[in-house]
Write a new protein. Structure first.
Lengths: 360, 410
């Protein structure tokens, strides 16, 4: 795919940066070790998923350079065709979108495109944006600005399903932002901040019911024995079942501002500690690498972003209510806070997936 | 999958799928007879093998219906529909399906060739325009052109790179060291504070106090950090903290406008952030107003001044393009003389204004001579609007008005 090479090159540069290969290029003496830079694993470009398995041609399939034509057999689905010809069942949407179908019937002729039509999601109609939703607390019966009621959350998840939205992972989103992985139209990402117990008790079972992936950004000081907060056992249980656990700092201080009684050097050390320590704790508790950061209160600045990059974070999310096109800043990914007083219309208003803003 | 294995799979697939042959060569369905050999091998039997006899009067079995026969028609319809909707890229993909099945189809062959040509030309033209506008600092216009280029050709790497990187907000700057530089001297020059040498060392993996070889490229984060609950840390006069090419992620047109869900009050920081976002969304009037607002509170802020300059400069350029010269001049005059080619732009607009004014003055004189006093008044009013210092228009206008009043009084 031609469009990949530029982004792949960028991925390589990112790897070099993280590996410390770029920087003082003419530095004569070996640079002293920078332990923080090793806190996170080096960024590895996502393995290409499109490597069609060799399939012997038959009367019900014909191979062409850019696509395979298939006559669907009984039992075939879009996912099974994607698995057979694209080596990835989750690419079913590509077949659906190219053929303008939502299901495949036996005997139906279907084209399986071997490469995406618009990897960055830009079409004459507009360009694709990916909404990232963020929730905090939940309750069975009451709601406030930061607390969403169980029935409202269930209704919102059902709305996504009913209206053809595809819940993708944060990894999928960042691969899309790096030009490495096209994603389906109407993609959406679900995230949770902080680490409240109600997220486990109310939202998590509903996510499992719908089979939706999600990311939990924990601030590690919150994870302590308490009736209202998560503990590491529950976090590990969710992680085993596919919940992505990422960093929301250690104490939830604003990274973007210097405290009034803080010197610049104290500020610098404090934000470094916030990132390094929380990433270490999450890695130790879940045995999974941390790649992404959610800025507390959404606050950030150029120094924080440079530091996060230096420490090996691959991206970060804010609370700027904006969808994310492929050219969004990896360290300023927008997220929409879903408030407890939102009705379904308010929720829907945060699901914009295509825009022609600035294009027409 | 190891690389070698992946290549083996791809090669195997190519073999099986016949990718090595041109797409226009239709592949025979499996089970059809093999191609004739042009030269028989020496081992070829002299006597032909007996062929089973077909019973007299029996007709050959009809070939089984082609299960793919409906696909070309279906995709022809889709291609035509996309062409009607001006989506050349999607139309091309569908025409290619038709052509793969019907390589002799003249319509499909013609449309594929025409669309390929159109897409190539349009994509390159929009890319060229985008690059030109980028060089002129017209970032919103450039972004639009790059997007349109990608809509034609989604694989156009250069347009994608401009959108993703060149138009992106910069959080770090590079600094190339000179003879005798140390982390402290770089910190003094870049941050106006030698005590920030630890930043230089940290972001470049250097030891404190280590000498730097001249020509070393250092990465230095920009510092523009507000104090919690207090005023913004004022950047020093020579501190290059300005980042003038941000492209914040655009809001979606189908969702609410971006706003801070935290409900922060409008601080100078907020005003600057919003000004920056507005500037790069092409909302120059709004950007100018927000930059003015920030300057009220931070009169020494270099970033606010730069944003204000950029916003008024863009407004001036827009008015100039629309040939609204008085407004264009007003906008360019708000830009500091040291910003870009402000002086040249002011001179250019003034020159245009004088030409326009002269043209209206002449038109007024013509009407005056034709005894069309009202027409003359109107023309000379326009003349003065365009050039309030016009040497003759004011006096002639006053005279024409007096005469007009006398005529009306008669």
């Amino acid at each position: 795919m031609n469009g990949r090479s530029a982004f792949s090159r960028l991925g390589t540069v990112a790897v070099l940066l993280l590996a410390g290969c770029v920087g003082p290029q003419v530095q004569p003496s070996p640079a002293p070790p920078v332990p923080e830079a090793q806190t996170l694993p080096p960024r590895v470009p996502a393995a290409p998923r499109i490597s069609p398995a060799p399939v012997a041609p038959s009367a019900t399939e014909r191979f062409f350079p850019d696509f395979v034509a298939v006559i669907a057999k009984p039992g075939d689905t879009l996912s099974s065709l994607a698995a057979r010809y694209l080596n990835d069942p989750s690419l079913d949407w590509r077949i659906a979108e190219f053929n303008g179908i939502s299901v495949v019937k036996p005997g139906q002729g279907v084209i399986v495109p071997l490469k995406p039509l618009a990897p960055g999601g830009v079409t004459p109609e507009g360009y694709q944006t990916v909404p990232v939703l963020v929730y905090h607390k939940f309750s069975k019966r009451t709601s406030d600005r930061m607390t969403v009621r169980e029935d409202a959350f269930e209704e919102q998840m059902a709305f996504l399903k009913r209206n053809g939205y595809r819940v993708i992972t944060l990894d999928d989103l960042f691969a899309f932002l790096d030009g490495k992985r096209p994603i389906p139209s109407k993609s959406v990402v679900i995230t949770f901040d902080d680490g409240w117990r109600s997220m486990y008790e109310i939202a998590y079972p509903i996510l499992r019911k719908y089979g939706y992936p999600a990311t939990l950004f924990v601030y590690t000081d919150l994870i302590r024995p308490s009736a209202s907060t998560l503990d590491w056992d529950k976090i590990r249980e969710m992680a085993r079942n596919g919940m992505d656990i990422q960093c929301h700092t250690k104490t939830h201080r604003s990274l973007g501002k210097i405290e009034a009684d803080e010197s610049f050097q104290e500020y610098f050390e404090a934000i470094r500690a916030e990132l390094v320590e929380s990433a270490r704790i999450i890695k130790r508790q879940t045995n999974k690498d941390v790649k992404y950061l959610a800025y507390p209160f959404g606050d950030t600045n150029s120094l924080v972003i440079a530091m996060a990059g230096r420490l090996g974070f691959q991206g970060a999310v804010t609370v700027v209510r904006a969808g994310n096109p492929f050219f969004a800043d990896d360290f300023r990914v927008g997220r929409a806070m879903i408030y407890g007083n939102f009705d379904l219309k308010d929720f829907q208003n945060n699901l914009g997936w295509i825009t022609d803003e600035g294009m027409k | 999958m190891p690389l070698s294995a992946r290549w083996t799979s791809v090669a195997l697939l190519l073999l099986l799928s016949g990718c090595a042959v041109p797409a226009t060569v239709r592949r025979e369905p499996p089970g059809s007879k093999p191609p004739l050999q042009e030269s028989p091998t020496p081992e070829a039997p002299v006597v032909a093998k007996p062929v089973p006899e077909r019973p007299l009067g029996a007709t050959p079995a009809p070939p089984p219906p082609d299960p793919f026969s409906s696909l070309p028609g279906r995709f022809r319809e889709k291609a035509l529909s996309e062409e009607r909707q001006s989506d050349a890229r999607a139309a091309l993909a569908y025409w290619r399906v038709v052509l793969a099945f019907l390589p002799e189809d003249p319509e499909a062959a013609g449309r594929v060739a025409a669309l390929e040509r159109e897409i190539r030309l349009q994509a390159m033209e929009h890319l060229r325009k985008g690059k030109e506008q980028y060089r002129e600092g017209r970032y919103a216009d450039a972004r639009k052109e790059f997007l349109v280029a990608l809509a034609y050709d989604p694989f156009l790497e250069e347009a994608a790179d401009y959108l993703k990187h060149e138009l992106a907000r910069q959080d770090v700057r590079t600094y190339v060291t000179k003879e005798g530089d140390t982390p402290a001297s770089v910190a003094r020059e870049f941050y106006n504070d030698p005590g920030k040498d630890f930043l230089v060392a940290y972001f470049n993996g250097l030891g404190a106090g280590a000498p730097l070889r001249p020509g070393t490229q250092l990465t230095l984060p920009l510092l523009d950090i507000p104090v919690a609950g207090g005023p913004r840390v004022p950047p020093s006069a020579n501190s290059p903290v300005l980042s003038l090419a941000p492209t914040p992620a655009p809001s979606t047109s189908r969702g609410p406008s971006p706003k801070s869900p935290l409900g922060r009050s409008t601080s100078p920081d907020d005003a600057l952030d919003k000004a920056r976002a507005s500037l790069h969304a092409g909302e120059y009037q709004k950007a100018a107003a927000l930059a003015e607002q920030a300057l009220d509170k931070l009169p020494a802020s270099r970033e606010a001044k730069e944003l204000r300059n950029a916003a008024y400069y863009q407004l001036g350029t827009d008015y100039l393009r629309k040939q609204e010269y008085p407004e264009a001049l007003r906008m360019f005059q708000k830009v500091e003389a040291s910003y870009k080619d402000q002086k040249e732009m002011v001179a250019r607009v003034e020159s245009r204004l004088q030409k326009e004014a002269e043209s209206h003055y002449a038109a007024g004189a013509k009407r005056f001579l034709a005894e069309d006093l009202e027409g003359a008044v109107k023309e000379w009013e326009i003349t003065l609007k365009l050039d309030p210092a016009h040497p003759k228009a004011r006096k002639d206008l006053e005279r024409a008005r007096r005469m007009l009043e006398q005529v009306k009084a008669m």
